[in-house]
Design a protein around this ligand. Structure first.
Ligand code: PEP
Ligand code: MG
Length: 597
């Protein structure tokens, strides 16, 4: 039995035989053109160029089909990833560069294609930006697709499997991930990849357990044995021993029956057993997820990360495109609240249109990102604000600025919003002039001065993902410092408590929308600290609503008080896990059960 650890990007337990996809999928048999069957060298070169063009055409058709598949299953924004691939394969410059190598260097079509595409990928990787380095995977995807068409080989077709499998791969490209058979692929694990790659984003939308960034393990796995993927603890277990297998089978069946039981838990409002309502809203990235979040029981959208509108495309979005996306979300939620966050680009999320400026940032997490970009690129900001204000006439819409770190910054953002309202007014365009304006509290400076900020906004939303990294100086995407990044750290909890207290004093609502609130372990603590709203991953909603109904506010307050007596994140973490076990009446002998909840 071998246990490997990785970054868990989608929760759940899967047990199945592995399907191992190799690092080198297509071997290139010849580096030069085969002249043996041609009448003249000229004929052989012409035939080679012809082969290349036919393969490029076939690949383009295939990507167009993938685009349609993604649009149908995952929505327009996921499909945009393939639209970008398509632009490249249909770019005459790409064909010309490969043809040049065929004609001038006598390279075979396969070798020439591989040389050109790998050069593209390498230049992306060498730009020293993790987001762009992830995009190199897209180029390797195209290379493999092209080689498959040139060599006529069929890689095992991931879309047409007949038995359940766990896919193990060096890397899975976005197209392979979107094409996975939902019926038969029970999980996937990759050696490389970061939590912010497109692949990770798509894993969540597919709702199968997934781990990325596990490091090298393919040499240790082969078909035939069993593997366990624990998407909660971030573990891959190859060839488990009898006891481990039995334990995980038990966890899995518990999880399945619990899911069955919880099927209806998302419905209706969730109040503690002493009658205090806790609002459980959903976090979404793509407008198409709104309907899904609603079906899971979201009481509203607490965080709509609009920057994903930008991620797949090659150009800026128009006001109309923003407007239509927002309308789709608002329509799905009727009179329930929808909180639209203005663009949070920069750091790891860089749209193509801003790459030339942002990719050189020496420390992107501390650089030009988020609301700072909106204040720098006022036209971009105004386009989005116009669309939000127009769309907001059709529902209970709130607007939220991300990563606010000082009062002048907030005031400037609000001033631009007022300008936009004046413009719309002058143009006679209907808009929501009374929209509620909130801010994310995700920088320690904002958490510390929450009392002052509370006088100038209608609500707070605590972004713990960033708040933790800025408080503890631990990059949220770097596995090397993962042990320093902990939501249970007393310093983080003190900042959260300060924000909740300031909001209570000012009489404004406060939510936690970072990943911390999706983890059931933290729910009693957050309620005990005074939170009455959370915004979470849609798939966690039924579980959290069920848990809310099992606790009482005095019990939660007692948990929060006990937590204040501990000195380290580790002690707090252990205590909260035990408390969760107790609340769920789970056996102490299988603590991992709490993770399945
Ligand atoms: C956060 O930082 O907690 C948050 C919700 O924002 P994001 O994860 O999009 O940075
Ligand atoms: Mg954030």
């Amino acid at each position: 039995m071998l246990i490997k650890h990785g970054i868990a990007v989608s929760p759940g337990i899967a047990i199945a035989q592995p399907m191992v996809l190799g690092v080198e999928d297509y071997r290139i048999p010849r580096q030069t053109i085969d002249h043996s069957s041609a009448r003249s060298p000229h004929d052989a070169t012409a035939a080679e160029v012809q082969r290349l063009r036919a393969a490029l055409d076939k690949l383009s058709d295939e990507i167009a089909a993938n685009e349609a598949l993604a649009a149908e299953h995952l929505g327009k924004e996921a499909a945009a990833i393939f639209a970008a691939h398509l632009l490249l394969t249909r770019d005459p410059k790409l064909a010309q560069e490969i043809e040049k190598l065929i004609r001038e260097a006598n390279h075979s079509a396969e070798y020439a294609s591989s040389q050109v595409l790998r050069r593209y990928a390498k230049s992306l990787q060498n730009l020293g930006n993790s987001y762009l380095a992830e995009r190199a995977a897209d180029i390797f995807d195209l290379e493999r697709g092209l080689l498959r068409h040139l060599l006529g080989e069929q890689r095992e077709d991931l879309a047409h499997l007949t038995a359940p499998v766990v896919v193990l791969a060096h890397n899975l490209t976005p197209s392979e991930t979107a094409g996975l058979s939902r019926e038969h692929v029970k999980a996937f694990v990759t050696e490389v990849g970061g939590a912010t790659s497109h692949t990770a984003i798509l894993a969540g939308a597919l709702e199968i357990p997934a781990l990325v960034g596990v490091g090298s393990f393919l040499a240790d796995a082969s078909g035939g044995e069993l593997v366990i993927v624990d998407g909660n603890l971030g573990q891959l277990i190859i060839d488990p021993d009898k006891d481990t297998l039995a334990r995980y089978e038990q966890i899995r069946s518990l999880q399945q029956s619990r899911q069955q039981l919880l099927r209806t838990s998302g419905e209706g409002i969730a109040s503690t057993n002493d009658g205090v309502r806790i609002l459980v809203q959903g976090n979404i990235e793509f407008p198409e997820e709104a309907a899904h979040a609603s079906a899971r029981g979201a009481d509203g959208i607490g965080l709509y990360r609009t920057e994903f509108l930008y991620m797949g495309g090659l150009r800026e979005r128009t006001e109309e495109e923003h407007y239509l996306a927002y309308k789709e979300v608002i329509r799905a939620f009727g009179d329930r609240p929808v909180t639209i966050r203005t663009l949070d680009v920069g750091s790891d999320k860089i749209p193509n249109s801003l790459r030339p400026v942002l990719q050189e940032a020496p420390n992107p997490e501390l650089g030009l990102r988020s609301v700072r970009i909106s204040l720098e690129y006022v036209d971009l900001f105004k386009t989005q604000l116009r669309a939000i204000l127009r769309a907001a006439t059709g529902g209970d819409v709130r607007l939220m600025f991300p990563l606010v770190s000082s009062l002048p910054e907030l005031r400037q953002a609000k001033m631009i919003l007022r300008d936009v309202m004046e413009d719309l007014d002058e143009e006679g365009i209907p808009f929501a002039g009374d929209i509620q304006i909130g801010m994310m509290v995700e920088v320690p400076s904002a958490a510390l001065r929450a009392d002052e900020f509370a006088k100038e906004v209608d609500f707070f939303s605590i972004g713990t993902n960033d708040l933790i990294q800025y408080t503890l100086a631990a990059d949220r995407t770097d596995p090397l410092v993962a042990k320093y990044y902990n939501a249970a750290d007393p310093a983080v909890l003190m900042l959260i408590q300060n924000v909740v207290r300031a909001a209570e004093n000012a009489g404004i609502p406060v939510t936690v929308c970072g990943q911390m609130s999706s983890d059931p372990k933290y729910l009693p603590l957050l309620v005990g600290m005074g939170l009455r709203q959370i915004s979470v991953m849609p798939q966690a909603i039924p579980v959290l609503k069920d848990l809310i109904r099992r606790i009482s506010v005095p019990e939660a307050v007692e948990i929060a008080e006990r937590v204040r007596t501990f000195e380290t994140a580790r002690d707090i973490d252990l205590f909260l896990k035990k408390e969760l076990d107790r609340l769920l009446a789970l056996e102490r002998s299988t603590p991992a059960l709490a993770e399945t909840y």
